[in-house]
Design a protein around this ligand. Structure first.
Ligand code: UDP
Length: 236
């Protein structure tokens, strides 16, 4: 039994790079295997892909680039992650479609929400790339927006090496405490950075729950989809 019928999985660029620049194909392959297992169990899975393993607009801006152009580079980076994930999912025998917010007909469909829903109903994984197609946004915010538009029941925020939301950065503060659950308002009031504030406020305004969990532990995607209490749930 699964807890959800349709989920939106957010994979940050960090996951694709295994913490480095570029792609860690072993990590992508193992995530594809886990996603395939969940899909074979009858759950509809849509994925929003980040791109921090290639470029982040804000960082390029600090190094002298114009922000909007740098953000477009960031968005293009997400598409490479999408294609890599598509490849490994299809090797697992799962049908996939990539839909991008910046049109690039040779490699992906354009973002068409009703068509995305149709793909999901047919058991295909839909991978959303190129963010929102708009500078100054993040793929976390896109995850909330896509989840709302396609009617996903929850956002599953898969993280590399972090098993949830802490009251302080656990890499810096050894005594940081992990939350099992917290409200959107508390998340925002504490200025926590695990997800960006825009995505959390969009989720709050539309009562969409978000579960932050560790992707580095094998089997966690299935666990979280089955409703096992892992990670941190951010909700009303
Ligand atoms: N980006 C953007 N608009 C969007 C989504 C992403 O401009 O709607 C750019 C932005 O520069 C961002 C980069 O793409 O830094 C990569 O996305 P993000 O940082 O969200 O990826 P993640 O942190 O998940 O790896």
């Amino acid at each position: 039994m699964t807890a959800y019928k349709r989920v939106l999985l957010k994979l940050s660029g960090e996951v694709f790079g295994g913490g480095k620049v570029g792609l860690d194909l072993d990590v992508i392959n193992s995530i594809a295997r886990e996603v395939a297992e969940v899909v074979r169990g009858g759950v509809q899975v849509a994925i929003v892909v980040g791109g921090g393993n290639f470029f982040r607009g804000a960082e390029l801006q600090q190094r002298g680039m114009e922000r909007a152009r740098a953000d477009y580079m960031g968005m293009l980076g997400t598409v490479m992650n999408c294609l890599a994930l598509q490849d490994f999912l299809e090797k697992q025998g799962v049908e996939t479609r990539v839909q991008t917010a910046i049109t690039m007909g040779q490699v992906a469909e354009p973002y068409i929400p009703r068509r995305a829903i149709r793909h999901l109903e047919k058991g295909r994984v839909v991978i959303f790339g190129a963010g929102a197609g708009m500078p100054y946004f993040s793929t976390d915010t896109v995850a909330a927006q896509r989840a709302l538009e396609i009617g996903a029941e929850v956002i599953l925020m898969g993280k590399q090496g972090t098993d949830g939301v802490y009251d302080a950065d656990p890499n810096v503060h050894a005594d940081a405490v992990k939350f099992d659950a917290l409200s959107y308002d508390e998340f925002l009031a504490r200025g926590l950075k695990v997800a960006d504030a825009t995505s959390v406020s969009l989720s709050r305004d539309n009562d969409l729950s978000m579960i932050v969990f560790n992707l580095s532990e094998e089997g966690n995607i299935a666990r979280v989809v089955q409703g096992e209490k892992i990670g941190t749930t951010v909700s009303r």
